[in-house]
Design a protein around this ligand. Structure first.
Ligand code: UDX
Length: 408
């Protein structure tokens, strides 16, 4: 099939490459000329495991362009552009402009919105531009983007009619995943419900972690493991830590709460999940002060391992680690950071080229992103205190202080 993909961010680029790898001819469109230039010369624009190799492998099946012209004869056109929030309300301007521009070139294609968009979006733009739109939300995690796209737990297809739904089902048939066929609005809301539920699960275990810290001998990791073995609960997204960040959970929880409010409905549980998550930074600062033994962190050299919002990505959007970094700077700490892939530019912090340098030049070490490789840092730390906000250490060494653990 000849397929267009508008928006080459984390999800868009992975989708484009995976579909090219399945034998489709792909036209990848992005308004960022620099990005198009890099991709056209075979260079990946983001860090995502396996992406460089896949880009090389499918290069003959994909063209990149900042011009919508090549979409003229596409049968299907995916829209995978950002849907940020502005004053906690969804901003659909990127979706509107992508659909507007593409529909001027090609009105007969089936348009597929993969961007997260509130219920009613597809129907509204379908009427506005006179095109057929299918809602096909993505459930792709950064760091495992290629696997999640090739083997999703389910494919949700919300279509206005059978034919357009069949076309999208055919595109994803190689995944052999269970398919849910429904209308546009159900598909759109499924995405929000899923993300809000996962965010709530994390906030739930983070509150249990808070409780554990008050009970000598209690450990949230043991409790999460035991809970997770109950098939009704499941083991995933029960890792207590610094809280959730990234490009999806923070904006999606806000957008759905505001969307519901506009309809006269309060989403109490999602609102609480957001509040608990916002409180993680204060909790982490309190723990650092407790471990340091003083309420004043002025001039204390704090070494942060990790600024990405989670391991295996270079993405710092809405990263809890970055928020903690800013808070520690406000506390007048001397903050140094190291991350294997993510970059931060801030004149008030020191960026180290290696984890060893970060550790060597710090009085107290904070593990703030769950990069696997950080667990090996222990040998170089000596007696310095380590605050493990991501629970990456399994040992009970004297100088490791973990969130969610009551002092024995
Ligand atoms: C998420 C959804 O999982 C995905 O389905 C959706 O399409 C996009 O948003 P992503 O943002 O890439 O994916 O990351 P995810 O793995 O879900 O983690 C989100 C945040 O929650 C990260 O900050 C992570 O560190 C945190 N997290 C995750 C926890 O603190 N504990 C957990 O148990 C799981």
């Amino acid at each position: 099939m000849r397929i267009g993909v508008i928006g080459l961010g984390y999800v868009g680029l992975v989708t484009a490459l995976v579909l090219a790898n399945q034998g489709n001819d792909i036209i990848g469109i992005d308004s960022d000329k620099k990005k198009i230039g890099m991709l056209s010369s075979g260079k990946a624009t983001i860090y995502e495991p396996g992406l460089d190799d896949l880009l090389l492998k499918v290069s003959s099946r994909i063209i990149f362009s900042d011009d919508y012209g090549p979409l003229a004869d596409a049968e299907a056109i995916f829209v995978i552009v950002p849907t940020p929030v502005s004053n906690d309300r969804i901003d659909l301007s990127y979706v509107r402009s992508a659909l507007g521009a593409a529909s001027k070139i090609n009105k007969s294609a089936t348009f597929i919105i993969k961007s997260t968009a509130v219920p009613g979006t597809a129907e509204k733009f379908s009427a506005e531009f006179g095109i057929k739109i299918v809602s096909n939300p993505e459930f792709t995690k950064e760091g495992t983007g290629i696997q999640d796209t090739e083997h999703p737990n389910r494919v949700v297809i919300g279509s206005p009619d059978e034919a357009s739904g069949d076309l999208v089902e055919a595109i994803w048939s190689f995944t052999r995943s269970p398919v849910i066929r429904t209308n546009n609005k159900n598909a759109e809301l499924t995405k929000y419900a899923s993300n809000a539920f996962l965010a709530t699960k994390i906030s739930f275990i983070n509150e249990i972690a808070n409780l554990c810290e008050k009970i000598p001998g209690c450990d949230v990791e043991v409790i999460a493991k035991a809970m997770g073995l109950d098939e009704r609960i499941g083991p995933h997204f029960l890792k207590a830590g610094l809280g959730w960040g990234g490009s999806c959970f923070p904006k999606d929880t806000k957008a759905i709460v505001t969307f519901a409010k506009d309809l006269g409905e309060q989403q109490n549980i999602i609102e609480s999940a957001v509040r608990v998550n916002d409180g993680r930074i204060d909790r982490a600062v309190s723990l650092v002060k407790k471990v340091w033994g003083k309420g004043d962190l002025s001039n204390v050299r704090v070494g942060m391992l990790g600024v990405a919002f989670k391991g295996d990505t270079d993405d710092i959007r809405d990263s809890q680690a970055v928020k903690l970094m800013h808070r520690l700077v406000q506390e007048n700490a001397k903050v140094g950071v190291y991350d294997p892939k993510a970059k931060v530019a801030d004149s008030s912090i020191t960026v180290y080229a290696s984890k060893e340098d970060c550790v060597k030049n710090s009085d107290i070490i904070l593990v703030t992103t769950d990069w696997k490789d950080f667990s090996r840092i222990y040998e170089t730390v000596g007696d310095k205190p380590i605050v493990d906000t991501r629970r990456i250490f399994t040992s009970d060494r004297r100088n490791i202080f973990s969130i969610g653990k009551g002092e024995a």
